[in-house]
Design a protein around this ligand. Structure first.
Ligand SMILES: Cc1cc2nc3c(=O)[nH]c(=O)nc-3n(C[C@H](O)[C@H](O)[C@H](O)COP(=O)(O)OP(=O)(O)OC[C@H]3O[C@@H](n4cnc5c(N)ncnc54)[C@H](O)[C@@H]3O)c2cc1C
Length: 375
């Protein structure tokens, strides 16, 4: 049996971005339980790229990732990976001071933010209900991500470099003989010197399979719906609508309006489904904040956003096993940070220099080390 240098568990954006950056330097196999890559969190995101409104470390990761999105290697994707959308932050009358506070803070980093009066807000957001937003500002720094192209770009590039990507391979048990791991999958055994845990919502249970201490990475359910637009309403170029405290957000999505109540309910890892109440909240916000009537949700779905206790990603070798590597806890920003985190994980695994950007952005990768979680 071939012994791979690295076995990556999880064929979502985390596992495939790592396979992509690792491919030229190490032999690697990706083990994915489902029949399709990206079936879980990766395929259920809101596809948003934003440079701000996250923890400072995540904003720096986004800035590093932006270079890749703007200029991926030749042949990576036949369409641009980002499309500028812009975003309008809105506040009801009781939250005007909160919006002012956010605007003042953000202006220090993003001078191009534009305060909007009601007329200007309605011009940017023609579906906004007149009188709903008492304060608003426009931020040009939101983009849509072409998630499927990104995922397939990683997978194609990884395969081109020899990575073996295996769907329908559920990892069920493992043992280490002092030299390498023998990983039992639903299809048969695989051997690898190092294992990478890129199992998304299953990061903790996956560690347990390998006898490694779990780190308290908890999946949180998030719901989204889409609703039809009345005839003649075209919002394809409309910016995102973001409630200032993230009570909800909405954005155009393939000819419809996508809305999320921005729920974050801790859940068991699994094929999570939307709860009726969260779907009802999403519909409620559409009816309350916009002029779009909701007869029914055309589509509703939920997925996992998995967080460590400090809500930063976990990247690095486990304290209790040098050949077990964490690539987990990407929360609500795993797609947009994937070029930075995939490249960082590959550099840590190969001992190669830090990816470009980390030093320039004064971002110390140790921030993400699993060693920060004491036993
Ligand atoms: C509604 C919603 C909106 C979001 N919006 C955004 C957004 O706008 N921008 C953004 O950047 N991020 C967003 N996110 C977050 C983003 O989707 C995640 O951070 C990202 O997809 C995590 O990727 P992953 O590869 O870690 O997880 P996943 O895509 O879940 O991949 C993990 C894979 O591991 C596999 N696996 C687990 N255990 C095993 C095992 N034992 N054997 C084999 N395979 C196994 C699973 O089958 C799964 O396919 C959103 C998430 C949700 C739910």
């Amino acid at each position: 049996m071939q012994t791979f240098d690295v076995a990556i568990i999880g064929g979502g954006i985390a596992g495939l971005s790592l396979a992509y950056f690792l491919g030229p330097h190490r032999s690697c196999v990706v083990l994915e339980r489902e029949t399709a890559l990206g079936y879980h969190s990766t395929g259920r995101s809101a596809a948003e790229f934003v440079l701000r409104y996250n923890a400072p470390e995540v904003c720096r990761l986004a800035a590093i990732a932006k270079d890749f999105f703007d200029g991926p290697p030749d042949g990576f994707s036949d369409i641009p990976l980002l499309k500028r959308r812009g975003g309008v932050m809105i506040a009801t009358a009781d939250k005007i001071s909160r919006l002012e506070e956010v605007l003042c803070t953000e202006l220090a980093f993003t001078p191009e933010l534009e305060r909007l009066d009601e007329e200007e807000a309605l011009a940017r957001l023609p579906i906004l209900k007149p009188g709903y937003a008492a304060a608003a500002f426009y931020d040009p720094n939101f983009w849509d991500i072409e998630v499927e192209n990104l995922l397939q770009g990683y997978a194609k590039g990884a395969r081109r470099n020899g990575a073996d990507i295996r769907e329908r391979h559920a990892v069920v048990s493992a043992s280490h003989d002092g030299q390498a791991w023998t990983i039992e999958t639903s299809i048969g055994p695989v051997r690898a010197k190092t294992v990478v845990n890129a199992a998304g919502g299953w990061a903790d249970p996956t560690a347990e399979i390998f006898g490694v201490r779990p780190l308290g990475i908890v999946p949180h359910r998030r719901t989204a719906i889409t609703v039809d637009l009345p005839e003649g309403i075209d919002i394809s170029d409309m910016p995102e609508i973001n409630e200032i405290d993230e009570d909800f957000y909405m954005k155009p999505d393939a000819g419809r309006l996508l809305a999320s109540p921005a729920d974050a309910t801790p859940c068991e890892p699994g094929d999570v489904q939307p709860e009726e109440l969260d779907v009802a909240w999403a519909a409620h916000y559409v009816e309350e904040a916009t002029t779009i009537p909701v007869r029914r949700a055309t589509k509703s779905w939920a997925g996992m956003r998995s967080f460590s206790s400090d809500r930063l990603p976990v990247i690095g070798a486990a304290a209790d096993h040098p050949d077990f590597f964490w690539l987990a806890g990407q929360g609500g920003y795993g797609i947009l940070t994937s070029p930075a985190l995939g490249a960082l994980a590959a550099s840590l695994l190969t001992g190669r220099p830090q990816p470009e950007g980390f030093r320039a952005k004064a971002l110390n990768p140790e921030k993400f080390s699993p060693l920060r979680f004491k036993s």
